[in-house]
Design a protein around this ligand. Structure first.
Ligand code: KIV
Length: 271
């Protein structure tokens, strides 16, 4: 076991205790250098299955495998020392039975050293959450827009326009909270519905495309850094990474073609 595993990290109960307190800062990471930077600022780092779309170029998260999540989880754990690291269980590795969810989650925790997993929580999920928590696995739930179900939901549109759907989202969040989740991500719902969820559960809500009234916020890091020209409406771009990369690569290309790179500073001279 490496020394970094003994460093004091934020724990799942500490996140739960932040309900109604200072907003909880969360972002996603998929690699060690990014995790090292985020770790200075974030209470919680999520190794999201969004990795499939923003790193591997998939069109949905449905094709993400447990091995992919473990590889990225290991990288993030090498970079982060302080934040709580949560790894997503991908589609197809937890929904059919609590036992299967336990096998998947235990493997993720054993092989990455992360402290918790996240599952997208439909009405079927309460039994699984309780089963995992009783067996030592902290669970963060995810309600509202559940990207792994986009084929059933019909796309990535915001959820809860109809009352019956809005009520179901609140019920799913309450069930996830009562079953022992330490926090719940609320994605792609109206601010009003997100506030209702926040008031209805005893655990922190982590909003994404939700409301400033949630107990914390999360964004997909490459989205908020501006790596992509097209992002969901709820994303605020805090940087323009796509432009920075394009400008840098264009300058490098020009310098290589004009034999200006490598210059004196970038070459070895042995005396
Ligand atoms: O996969 C992911 O990055 C997520 C966040 C959007 C919450 O689930």
């Amino acid at each position: 076991m490496s020394a970094q595993n003994f460093a004091k990290r934020v724990t799942a109960p500490e996140i739960t205790a932040r309900k109604g307190g200072d907003p909880i800062v969360c972002l996603t990471a998929y690699d060690a250098p990014t995790a090292t930077i985020l770790d200075e600022y974030c209470d919680l780092i999520l190794v999201g299955d969004s990795v499939g779309m923003v790193v591997h170029g998939l069109t949905t998260t449905v094709g993400v495998t447990l091995d992919m999540m473990i590889m990225h989880g290991q990288a993030v754990m090498r970079g982060a020392r302080k934040a709580l690291v949560v790894v997503d269980l991908p589609f197809g590795y937890y929904e059919d039975s609590p036992e299967r969810a336990f096998q998947s989650a235990a493997r993720v925790m054993r092989e990455t050293g992360c402290q918790a997993v996240k599952i997208e929580s439909g009405s079927y999920a309460a039994e699984t959450i309780a089963y995992l928590v009783e067996r030592g696995i902290p669970v963060m739930s995810h309600v509202g827009l559940r990207p792994q179900s986009m084929n059933v939901l019909g796309g990535f549109r915001a959820r809860g326009r109809r009352k019956i759907v809005a009520d179901e989202i609140v019920e799913n969040a309450i069930a996830a909270s009562d079953a022992g989740s330490f926090a719940v991500v609320v994605e792609g719902v109206s601010a009003e519905l997100a506030d209702k969820v926040t008031q209805s559960v005893s655990i922190p809500t982590i909003g994404i495309g939700a409301s400033a009234g949630c107990d914390g916020q999360i964004l997909v890091t490459p989205d908020m850094l501006g790596l992509f020209s097209r992002v969901p409406k709820f994303v605020k771009k805090y940087a323009q990474m796509e432009k920075i990369i394009r400008d840098s690569v264009a300058e490098y290309t020009r310098e290589v073609r004009e034999r200006k790179f490598p210059g004196e500073d970038n070459t070895y001279k042995f005396k």
